[in-house]
Design a protein around this ligand. Structure first.
Ligand code: ZN
Ligand code: ZN
Length: 415
């Protein structure tokens, strides 16, 4: 039996990098006053059809959908924003004062063509700030993401920013786009020809090299922004500038999801190649209404592709996993084995990671300690127990020191 195509096992020591990235994320979220929301892994299919959009690739061909025994159509979540907004509406969270800030970490499911850094069960770390249209919230969300990537140890990433307008100005842009597209579409790739009628914004997203020159001649959303959108976008940029956060404005940056409005952003990283963003995000002021909410719930969020973030961190810092076990206990004989149990409990209580040998031959025990990459080995024999002092071997240098029971944990922690 093998793992299903497009899925994978995340094994130690690689899983240590995942844990570290997630711990950093939780800590950054906490300092920005975001709190975790855990939504179900599957929802009614209609939720994603309405929020993600019927004519997107995600809904059209990538979702894992099945009919439940009672006939309900259910789907494994392809992303989490829809679920967060569903929960927000269902639990009337709009009635709580202030901006509601949530984060999530977990698996998402899309039946994409497997390739480097893309999986059918993939993981996202994301956040949503719901309840304000303020551009200051947008700038702070972006600041938070940059902080998160910095602290995760990612270097050399690149922030790309755009505004995709609002329901006032985007229709005019779409009309101009469609008009111009009608002329050039036949010269574009097959996907673009289809998108020209189904989802013209997505043409701007095309990565086919031969299409680029023609696509660059299409109208720019930035020339079509209304007064409000223009002012909104300017404030976002001012606040980012104030925080010293570098960005590049790219008018062709759009999102495949229909509910995105105004601020849209993406962060790319060299290790992944130009096509692969580590994260994407943006404002979705119309989403709540499109899910049937009578109360508007303007929001902004992002989701980081955790698989790709971990891959980038690993490429930037090879061997970034946690160190191996702190101390390997090598007891010699029955009495020592029980004594080792007591010592292990004391050391673990002090925060030291401990592995106990089940091999009574000292030489073999030390070989195992070495193979495991243990930092120290502690030899426990009858003499040591009687004297109350133990021989601690530094596995890297080979040095040995004699320590009292009380001094063991402190020695491991300070070396
Ligand atoms: Zn507008
Ligand atoms: Zn194309």
């Amino acid at each position: 039996m093998k793992a299903v195509k497009g899925t994978r096992d995340i094994l130690p020591p690689a899983s240590d990098v995942w844990i570290r990235v997630e711990a950093v994320a939780r800590e950054v979220f906490r300092t920005f006053n975001y709190h975790e929301i855990r939504t179900p892994i599957f929802e009614e299919t209609a939720l994603f059809a309405r929020s993600v959009g019927e004519d997107t690739d995600i809904v059209g061909k990538e979702m894992y959908t099945w009919e439940d025994r009672d006939g309900t159509s259910l789907t494994l979540r392809p992303e989490a924003t829809a679920s967060v907004m569903r929960a927000y509406i269902e639990h009337r969270l709009d009635q709580i004062p202030g901006i509601k800030k949530f984060y999530y970490i977990g698996p998402m499911f899309r039946r994409e063509r497997p390739q480097k850094g893309r999986y059918r069960q993939f993981y996202q770390i994301g956040a949503e700030a719901i309840g304000s249209e303020s551009p200051i919230v947008d700038a702070e969300v972006i600041e938070m993401v940059v902080e998160l990537l910095n602290r995760a140890g990612l270097t050399g990433f690149h922030l790309i920013l755009n505004s995709v307008g609002c329901s006032t100005c985007r229709p005019k842009f779409m009309a101009a786009l469609k008009e111009k597209l009608a002329g050039i579409a036949p010269k574009l790739c097959e996907d673009c020809q289809r998108r020209a009628t189904t989802n013209p914004l997505r043409v701007l997203d095309c990565k086919v090299p031969d299409d680029q020159a023609a696509i660059d001649t299409l109208p720019s959303i930035l020339d079509h922004l209304c007064e409000d959108c223009h002012a909104h976008f300017r404030v976002v940029q001012e606040h980012l500038g104030e925080r010293g956060i570098a960005f590049e404005i790219r008018p062709r940056l759009v999102r495949g999801l229909d509910y995105y409005m105004r601020t849209t952003f993406e962060i790319t990283h060299g290790a992944l190649g130009a096509q692969n963003a580590v994260l994407g995000g943006g404002r979705y002021d119309g989403l709540a209404e499109s899910l049937g909410s009578r109360v508007p719930a303007p929001g902004i969020g992002f989701s980081i592709g955790e698989d790709r973030l971990v891959m980038s961190v690993e490429e930037t810092h090879p061997g970034a996993h946690e160190p191996a076990v702190d101390v390997f206990l090598a007891p010699l004989g029955d009495v020592a084995e029980k004594h080792a149990g007591a010592l292990a409990a004391e050391l673990r209580a002090a925060g030291v990671s401990v592995e106990r040998s089940v091999d009574r031959k000292l030489k073999r025990a030390l070989e195992t300690a070495n193979k495991m990459g243990a930092r120290f080995a502690l030899i426990i024999g009858d003499n040591e127990i009687a004297a109350g002092t133990y021989l601690m071997k530094d596995m890297a240098s080979g040095d040995q020191v004699s320590l009292s029971r009380e001094a063991l944990a402190a020695h491991i922690q300070k070396n």
